[in-house]
Design a protein around this ligand. Structure first.
Ligand code: GH3
Ligand code: MG
Ligand code: MG
Ligand code: MG
Length: 306
């Protein structure tokens, strides 16, 4: 996610889970004018919907045959992909033990059947607000405002966690350091505002070229980008680095004083066992990629070295 503002309620996807058709219809009729609603008629369907669509909130019937609401909530909270989705239980039988059971499996709230339409709508809005604000702040904390890429905070806080996971799986991790060629001359020729637009274009090309979901593209410095590639070997990293160099050159962004009169990048890469990165610190892997970047610059720019 990288939006400049919090999305409106009408765009929030609320999943209604209930095994009784009448209950589903009633809840949907209350909520469909305020939120974007979807329905599921079983616990199994709810879990697969959540995995595939990541709704903003789940309204969950407690009593259902097969997988009951408590089990659905437990499953959602156990997965890192879905554990941030607030779950509100809707139930007709509520004793203290059931209430406690809801809290224990990670519920955000519960409402009693028959529901008061206004209370239900307002409870949902409150939990959506909490979730969306948290996500928005996370987005602001971890993204660079000019390019929308991850920032240095993301690099220091989140990348070590990713690399620890790769180390547990005994995998390797690749790092590609990218630097725009003759960018000072670009600014001198076209001005800093055009320079900013150029940075945005290059950032977009890099993001589009690096495709796997766990790969991370970070704005490392002014006109330097770092790509972190978990679970990749030397050959794979080399290929991505070469593709990045080619993609920027092929975009043909005019640069009167650049190589072949267009904007180009140089890239340096390194691939380490993730366990070694954990031991030595991410900075050591970056330093290794940086040495290769220096070599790529020395050899004439517009190329990848590693
Ligand atoms: P080289 O090929 O050796 O990398 O040459 P270069 O000119 O790109 O290298 P240098 O490090 O001398 O210049 C980097 C330039 O990037 C200098 C600075 O003005 C520019 N820059 C850094 N951040 C920004 C930014 O956010 N916007 C703009 N427009 N320019 C920036
Ligand atoms: Mg039921
Ligand atoms: Mg530089
Ligand atoms: Mg440069």
């Amino acid at each position: 996610m990288n939006r400049k503002e919090i999305k409106p309620y009408a765009e929030c996807n609320v999943l209604i889970v209930d095994d009784e058709p009448m209950s589903r219809m009633l809840l949907e009729s209350i909520l469909e004018s305020v939120f974007t609603c979807a329905t599921a008629e079983s616990g199994e369907e709810a879990i697969s919907y959540c995995e595939a669509n990541l709704p903003d909130l789940v309204l969950l019937d407690m009593n259902m045959p097969d997988i009951n609401g408590l089990d659905v909530c437990t499953a959602l909270k156990a997965s890192p992909e879905t554990n941030h989705i607030p779950v509100i239980f809707v139930t007709s039988t509520m004793d203290i033990e059931s209430e406690n059971a809801c809290w224990e499996v990670g519920a955000s709230d519960f409402v009693m059947k028959p529901v008061n339409a206004s209370t239900l709508t307002h409870r949902i809005k409150t939990h959506l607000q909490n979730k969306l604000r948290t996500e928005f702040l996370e987005m602001m904390t971890f993204h660079d405002q000019l390019t929308g890429l991850y920032n240095r905070t993301y690099l220091t806080k989140e990348i070590p966690l990713l690399i620890k996971q790769v180390a547990r799986d005994k995998g390797t991790v690749g790092a590609i350091m990218i630097d725009i060629d003759y960018f000072k001359l670009f600014n001198d020729t076209y001005g800093h505002l055009e320079g900013d637009i150029c940075l945005q274009k290059v950032a977009q090309i890099v993001s589009d070229t690096v495709k796997r979901p766990k790969d991370a593209v970070i704005r490392f410095g002014g006109e330097e980008f770092l790509v972190v590639l978990p679970y990749i070997d030397h050959q794979g990293t080399k290929l991505v680095a070469q593709q990045l160099v080619e993609a920027v050159a092929n975009a043909s962004i005019p640069h009167g004083k650049g190589i072949e009169s267009r904007v180009s990048i140089s890239a340096g890469f390194a691939v380490w066992k993730a366990t070694d990165v954990v031991e030595d610190d991410v900075a050591a892997l970056i330093e290794d990629a940086d040495i290769s970047l220096f070599e790529a610059k020395e050899l004439g720019r517009n190329q990848a070295k590693g």
